[in-house]
Design a protein around this ligand. Structure first.
Ligand SMILES: Cc1cc2nc3c(=O)[nH]c(=O)nc-3n(C[C@H](O)[C@H](O)[C@H](O)COP(=O)(O)OP(=O)(O)OC[C@H]3O[C@@H](n4cnc5c(N)ncnc54)[C@H](O)[C@@H]3O)c2cc1C
Length: 498
């Protein structure tokens, strides 16, 4: 039995390990002793450069100021993701953060836009996204609201060097008292009676005892899987990509784009993530549909500029551990499961997992109720993100390669097919308030990949045709004039770092 938790050992010093150490130390202070073990010999996965907006507040919670973060991690700002060729090969759209247009009580702007579209009054819905328009003009500034209105301004996240981020967090948390140990764990000891882990042994022979262990050891899940065998739910039948080549390259232009690019490829997709000093690139692919060498060649041929290092191959399994918390082990990061980086969600999932652990922290011993609650929250979150990623593949109209034909044909979870069916009929896309991807995100992907709903909400009829036209014109002008006044993204970043 674990009665009190006083000593915590974190195995792993990648992004997951150091985010967890930083948050735990900052919130739980000296109530617990934290030791983090990381192995220089094993290293980290070495990718993971794009984030989503909650990271901005998370950094605040860690006590890291934006300027320090931007400087030390060579970060840039991110307004959304542009998807190239996902619907059909000639189609581009953006899943931008933030809101669309102006919503009315009980009636999303998308319904107003749908009505206008059916009347032939409106162009693409992206014309009414401030984030998209700023991104396409390579503009950025901090803007909470559109001046003189109550409309949301720019909602942003970051592109950053994850290795430098882990280093920054490592320095912060060690300064606050986290103990760092370098060494390779070669043996894990458990109690035969309780099944709890009691200690980990390093190659050097040192043994580290703890009441509670956090598994941040990466894809293999040293404690949660290799020791406690919790099992893995495999989602490869919905998300068939299982490999990625990653390679950084130089910048090809002076202007640094404030958005991620996701370009559909023969058997997967390619990312482009602009940082201050380089552009991150990668080809996420399914090894069932393309061999490694061809995928590597394809990536190198499509780079916007000269590569800076040799491409690195990463193999992964898509899915989740059946439990995030089992016995006295809580898994965070790649050890708890993996969803491909299409919507830049992994680091966010590390942050929510660390927050979940704090919420249920077993100061007075482990309660099964807390374990069950945390595992249920974990599963729900993973499934919701999984569904949103599946949506992108399912809605392809591409038939040019076997990979895309397979995606188009595949059976998807009912939770996805029901959303597609409802949106196609009514233009509605209800999601739960706690979901990471709200209706506005689903709408952009579904419209962007070619679904034009048959209907719209009757409340969209509350404006007559002339009022509708005038509303759309004024919104468009407002967005255009707002974007015009913004500085260029590169100028803004330079100002922050100088
Ligand atoms: C191709 C790809 C692209 C990605 N892109 C994004 C993205 O754009 N955005 C995003 O949010 N996420 C992305 N991710 C996910 C992101 O990289 C990870 O979530 C993040 O880096 C966290 O990794 P981690 O810390 O869990 O594991 P790792 O980085 O693998 O760290 C594991 C740690 O455990 C240590 N360790 C392992 N075994 C032992 C042992 N026996 N003894 C001692 N120490 C040990 C290692 O040394 C290391 O310190 C991407 C992932 C992949 C595969």
């Amino acid at each position: 039995m674990v009665n009190h938790v006083k000593n915590v050992v974190i195995v792993g010093g990648g992004t997951a390990g150091w985010i967890t150490a930083s948050l735990l130390k900052r919130i739980l202070k000296n109530h617990i002793q934290i030791t983090l073990i990381e192995s220089d010999e094993i290293g980290t996965v070495g990718v993971g450069e794009a984030s989503i907006p909650p990271m901005v507040n998370f950094n605040h919670a860690l006590g890291i100021g934006e300027q320090e973060f931007i400087k030390k991690t060579k970060a840039t700002y991110k307004l959304g993701i542009e998807f190239e060729g996902w619907g059909d090969p000639s189609n581009n759209y953006m899943h931008a953060f933030g809101e669309l247009g102006k919503s009315f009580p009980f009636c999303d702007f998308s319904h107003i836009w749908l009505r206008a579209h059916k009347l032939g009054l409106s162009e693409a819905i992206s014309e009414f996204s401030l984030n998209t328009q700023a991104a396409k003009s390579s503009k950025f500034a901090h803007l909470k609201t559109i001046p003189n209105t109550q409309l949301t301004g720019l909602t942003y996240a970051y592109h950053f060097d994850a290795g430098l981020y882990a280093q920054l967090l490592s320095e912060h948390s060690q300064a606050q008292g986290v103990k760092r140990v370098e060494g390779k764990v070669v043996k894990v000891n458990s109690c035969h009676m309780s099944g709890n882990i009691t200690s980990v042994e390093l190659h050097s022979g040192h043994q580290h005892n703890a009441d509670f262990f956090i598994d941040c050891s990466g894809l293999k899940g040293l404690l949660i899987e290799q020791t406690l065998n919790v099992g893995f739910e495999d989602w490869a039948h919905w998300l068939p990509c299982d490999s990625a080549w990653a390679v950084p390259c130089e910048h090809s232009a002076q202007e640094i784009l404030p958005y991620t690019k996701s370009m559909a490829q023969t058997a997967g997709w390619q990312w482009q993530i602009p940082l201050q000093h380089r552009v991150g690139n990668g080809y996420v692919f399914s090894s069932k549909f393309i061999d490694e060498q061809t995928a590597k060649n394809n990536l190198l041929e499509q780079l916007p500029a000269k590569p800076i290092s040799e491409p690195k191959l990463i193999k992964f399994k898509t899915g989740m551990r059946r439990k995030q918390w089992h016995q006295n082990v809580f898994a965070i990061g790649l050890s708890s499961g993996f969803l491909e980086p299409l919507e830049s969600t992994s680091i966010h999932l590390i942050q929510t997992a660390a927050l979940r652990l704090i919420k249920h922290f077993p100061y007075e011993g482990i309660s099964q109720a807390a374990v069950d609650a945390a595992n249920a929250e974990f599963e729900q979150e993973m499934v919701q993100v999984r569904d949103f990623i599946i949506l992108h593949y399912k809605l392809t109209q591409r038939t040019d390669t076997e990979f895309w034909r397979w995606c188009k044909r595949m059976e998807v979870p009912e939770s996805v097919s029901k959303k597609i069916a409802l949106f196609s009929e009514t233009g509605s896309c209800p999601v739960k308030t706690e979901e990471l991807f709200q209706s506005v995100a689903w709408q952009q992907v579904m419209l962007g990949q070619g679904i034009m709903p048959k209907g719209y909400h009757p409340l969209a009829e509350q404006l007559d045709e002339a009022q509708l036209k005038s509303l759309l014109e004024s919104l468009k002008t407002l967005i255009e004039t707002t974007v015009d006044k913004l500085p260029s993204h590169s100028v803004f970043v330079n100002k922050v770092v100088s």
